[in-house]
Ligand binder design. Structure first.
Ligand SMILES: CC(C)(COP(=O)(O)OP(=O)(O)OC[C@H]1O[C@@H](n2cnc3c(N)ncnc32)[C@H](O)[C@@H]1OP(=O)(O)O)[C@@H](O)C(=O)NCCC(=O)NCCS
Length: 272
């Protein structure tokens, strides 16, 4: 790892907790928000329609509970069916002949996604939020300014510098003992796992039911927000095979994995 160098750090003193996806938030003011391709929304529309058919629940409800739309439309993370913005989307959908086109238009008309309220500090691609009194939750978001893959080998040293700074901050400012929690599809990738200590990785286990969040849906897009065709094809094939509501998570090629370890494991690994 390259010796520490000055790093832009944004700090938010909010201490409230919400179970957020592993994507950077309040501190990431320096980032340009990714705009996601229409195909990303089409996959989710198809999923919500299948769940509606299999469950008998109205599409309005499955769109709210089984897609990342509410967050992507910048409506926050309370998933309130009565939210005026959400109602506007549903009203338009009801009158639209082409659900995909209406969803694309609605997304294009919205501002950027609201960051999770509980983020404490951001270090490049990583940030952390408080989770109760003795835990922090890691978040990841692409913050590479030049279009390179944030997980590529060439960026590994920079990611490690960011993580070192994050854990130095957490160790110095958060009460101890402190547990560190992660949950994302990203923990399936060697390119992501190689950034973390082995004892933390060893705790990984599937964490089903994240249908409203990017830690699940993020596997279908690349760093430009375009759909990964291979992953999307696998998803569609599995969705077509789905005949009951049981184990809906199996439609997703990569599961969300949840991990948890004491902050000391990270401090040893990053030499904090
Ligand atoms: C994370 C993200 C930036 C990676 O996209 P990218 O940089 O375009 O990815 P690349 O294709 O350049 O791949 C980078 C590395 O990850 C691997 N990878 C990326 N996506 C993969 C996938 N779906 N399946 C398998 N490997 C994958 C690549 O093989 C590569 O590894 P390598 O360097 O060891 O070969 C992108 O998926 C993204 O922005 N997702 C949405 C946001 C998100 O998921 N955030 C996390 C919320 S918890």
């Amino acid at each position: 790892m390259t010796a520490g160098q000055p790093l832009a750090v944004a700090v938010d003193r909010s201490s409230s907790y919400a179970p957020e996806p592993e994507e950077a938030g309040a501190g990431s003011r320096m980032l340009t928000a990714t705009r996601y391709a229409r195909g990303f929304f089409d996959l989710q529309l198809q999923f919500a329609k299948t769940v509606s058919t299999l469950s008998g629940l109205p599409l309005d409800r499955t769109l709210l509970e089984y897609t990342n739309f509410y967050i992507r439309f910048g409506l926050g993370r309370d998933f309130d069916a009565a939210n005026p913005g959400w109602q506007e989307y549903l009203a338009g959908l009801g009158g639209a002949g082409d659900h995909s086109e209406w969803t694309r238009q609605f997304y294009a008309s919205r501002g950027r996604t609201k960051p999770p309220p509980s983020v404490v500090a951001t270090f490049g691609c990583f940030s952390y939020a408080r989770l109760g009194t003795d835990r922090i939750r890691l978040h990841f978001q692409n913050a590479e300014p030049d279009g390179r893959s944030p997980l590529g080998r060439a960026c590994r040293d920079q990611r490690l510098i960011e993580l070192r700074a994050l854990f130095e901050h957490a160790k110095r400012t958060e009460p101890q003992p402190l547990w560190v929690v992660g949950a994302s599809w990203l923990y399936n990738l060697d390119a992501y796992r190689r950034l973390f200590p082995e004892p933390y990785l060893a705790t990984a286990h599937p964490f089903p039911g994240c249908f409203q969040h990017m830690p699940l849906w993020g596997q279908f897009v690349d760093r430009h927000g375009d759909v990964r065709t291979d992953m999307a094809r696998q998803f569609r094939e599995r969705l077509e095979q789905q005949s009951t509501l049981d184990r809906l998570d199996r439609c997703f090629p990569l599961p969300v994995l949840r991990l948890e370890a004491l902050v000391e494991e990270f401090c040893d690994f990053y030499d904090v």
